[in-house]
Design a protein around this ligand. Structure first.
Ligand SMILES: NC(=O)c1ccc[n+]([C@@H]2O[C@H](COP(=O)([O-])OP(=O)(O)OC[C@H]3O[C@@H](n4cnc5c(N)ncnc54)[C@H](O)[C@@H]3O)[C@@H](O)[C@H]2O)c1
Length: 182
């Protein structure tokens, strides 16, 4: 397996970001993770983040440059999907880098197109269509991917509403919620 030392930036260390981190660790040795919750950043460090950035307490752009020898991230993944995250990642990504959007919001957000043009950035979306489920199952089966801490709550399907209410509270303790069928 080829290990990449090019810097990967994961913006958001919640349920999605922490899963991306665990997979990225298999291929990449230089990973920056940013979030606004200290607890999430500590978990990211335990899961193998090389550097973490607290977006509200630190200067995000300065830290990205400091952790990438002034070049910016090679690939940035938006796993927070908040209103300003795409623009922040366009700034934080280096020349000829790639920015991956993951959000489902349909609300337009302001971005500076000159960042895309001048750095010749590649912007891509990611959802479910990459035919990688088989590979993911294989990685879990082979013990390369440990998702044991990814599930925080389990509900019987008959209590689905309580599960959705819990998810809507966005408590930092909530990760993946699994429904069981009796
Ligand atoms: N494209 C896909 O396949 C896919 C899959 C799952 C989730 N998503 C989307 O990804 C997003 C995140 O999902 P999730 O389940 O991980 O949610 P989550 O609530 O578990 O995680 C979001 C994380 O972003 C952090 N965050 C919030 N505001 C931030 C900010 N301003 N700066 C930095 N970090 C910030 C939160 O602290 C949290 O850790 C959602 O919009 C969801 O719809 C997309």
């Amino acid at each position: 397996m080829i290990l990449l030392f090019l810097p990967l930036l994961i913006y958001g260390a919640g349920s999605l970001g922490s899963s991306i981190l665990k997979i990225a660790r298999q291929f990449c040795r230089h990973i920056l993770v940013a979030d606004i919750v200290e607890e999430k950043l500590k978990e990211a460090q335990k899961s193998g983040a090389t550097y973490t950035i607290h977006v509200q307490r630190e200067n995000f752009q300065e830290k990205v440059l400091a952790y990438t020898q002034g070049r910016g991230a090679t690939v940035s993944i938006d796993a927070a999907c908040v209103a300003d995250s795409l623009q922040l990642l366009l700034q934080a990504t280096g020349n000829a880098g790639r920015v991956i959007t993951m959000g489902f919001s349909t609300t337009p957000v302001p971005v500076n197109p000159f960042l895309i043009t001048s750095k010749e950035l590649d912007i891509r979306g990611s959802r479910l269509q990459n035919h990688m489920f088989g590979k993911a199952i294989e990685m879990i089966r082979e013990g390369k991917l440990d998702l044991s801490h990814s599930v925080s709550h389990t509900f019987p399907l008959t209590e689905a509403q309580a599960a959705f209410d819990l998810a809507d509270r966005h408590d930092p303790s909530v990760r993946k919620i699994v429904f069981t069928f009796s």
